[in-house]
Design a protein around this ligand. Structure first.
Ligand code: UDP
Length: 327
């Protein structure tokens, strides 16, 4: 069976990718330093503990497993933290990725799939964003991801390393079978924090900013189910294996929901109220991020099936009640 190296395979999205790869007949080799991931989430293939800043360790793992492709999920991804400590984001996300990309070239790996983000677009007046929208990130997280995209363009030109770049919108939900799910320590993302507030694990959900230029004053995001997202990665892998050209795809649904709309939907799913505190804006947050592209559908053949708020909150709620990792 072919191996795929999954950098960040112990994290939220990476662990779902490992499950999907294993179901599709690959051996997912998880490379993770467990800084934000969980060893308990590594269930679908071998675990190689290691850091992306440790080039010798990456070389060793690539030589041992000889993967046919790399899926690179390993990164820090909190907008607020990236504003507080931009150096941490440039070091971890950019230097770490450069190490992995250079190691891939030296190991003669041909296929590289990279997790980028809609945060590379920044705050824009146009309602929806497609792959040709100008990239003007307003936080260090988005800037670090855009830098890695640029590295990939240069390495394709010079070394022929082909890539698929996925610009994720807001990833949500959990494995419907409950084997893996979202669990960050500390948590900063809207839906898990809201579920914590619903079941009393925290006093309330803080809404960051109610004075945005949106119909209800709160930020608008485009939520995509983690299982749909990893399905796109499998399609991206086939795309590269078929010898097709490097590409960039947005992964969003085109539907934007405000923070208040997400809260309202959660009442329908959980039958419980969400205690709320309203606060000022969080540094680095864009007013609205919604994908305006159907390129992944038309070119990759991607069909999101669980990316509606009911399924995303429902799957997250089931996971939240049963599935936390202990450490
Ligand atoms: N948000 C919020 N309260 C929280 C966490 C997030 O109001 O405790 C808002 C945040 O300002 C943003 C949206 O929810 O508008 C999604 O934030 P999240 O951190 O989940 O993802 P991001 O869009 O930053 O990647």
């Amino acid at each position: 069976m072919d191996c795929v190296l999954v950098a960040g395979g112990a994290g939220y999205i990476g662990s779902h990718a490992c499950k999907a790869l294993s179901k599709a007949g690959y051996i997912p080799v998880c490379y993770d330093n467990l800084s934000t991931g969980w060893e308990e989430a590594v269930k679908f293939g071998p675990f190689e503990r290691g850091d992306l800043l440790d080039r010798a360790r990456i070389d060793e793992v690539l030589a041992k497993h000889k993967p046919i492709a790399i899926m690179h999920f390993a990164a820090l991804s909190q907008v607020g933290e990236s504003m507080d400590d931009p150096g941490l984001y440039w070091r971890t996300n950019v230097m770490g990725s450069l190490n992995l990309i250079e190691a891939a070239v030296e190991a003669d790996i041909k296929n590289f799939i990279f997790s980028s983000t809609c945060a590379t677009y920044g705050d824009q007046d146009n309602v929806v964003l497609d792959e040709n929208s100008v990239q003007q990130p307003i936080n260090a997280y988005g800037a670090s991801k855009r830098a890695v995209e640029n590295i990939l363009y240069d390495f394709e030109r010079r070394y022929g390393l082909r890539h698929v770049i996925f610009r994720y919108f807001n990833v949500a939900g959990a494995d419907p079978e409950g084997e893996v799910g979202e669990y960050h320590q500390p948590e900063t993302h809207l839906i898990p924090l809201m579920l914590d507030a619903i079941d009393g694990k925290r006093d309330a959900l803080t809404i960051f900013g109610t004075d945005y230029d949106t119909p209800d004053g709160t930020c608008i995001r485009d939520y995509v189910h983690v299982c749909d997202l990893v399905d796109a990665h499998l399609l991206g892998l086939n795309w590269l294996k078929d010898g097709k050209q490097s590409e960039v795809f947005n992964l969003g649904t085109g539907a934007g929901f405000s923070v208040r709309a997400v809260v309202d939907h959660s009442k329908d799913v959980t039958n419980k109220a969400v205690p709320i505190i309203e606060r000022t804006r969080r540094a680095g947050d864009c007013t609205q991020l919604v994908s305006g592209s159907t390129k992944a559908e038309s070119e990759l053949g991607w069909t999101p099936v669980r990316s509606n708020l009911k399924a995303m909150i429902g799957d997250a709620w089931r996971w939240h009640q049963t599935g936390h990792y202990s450490k």
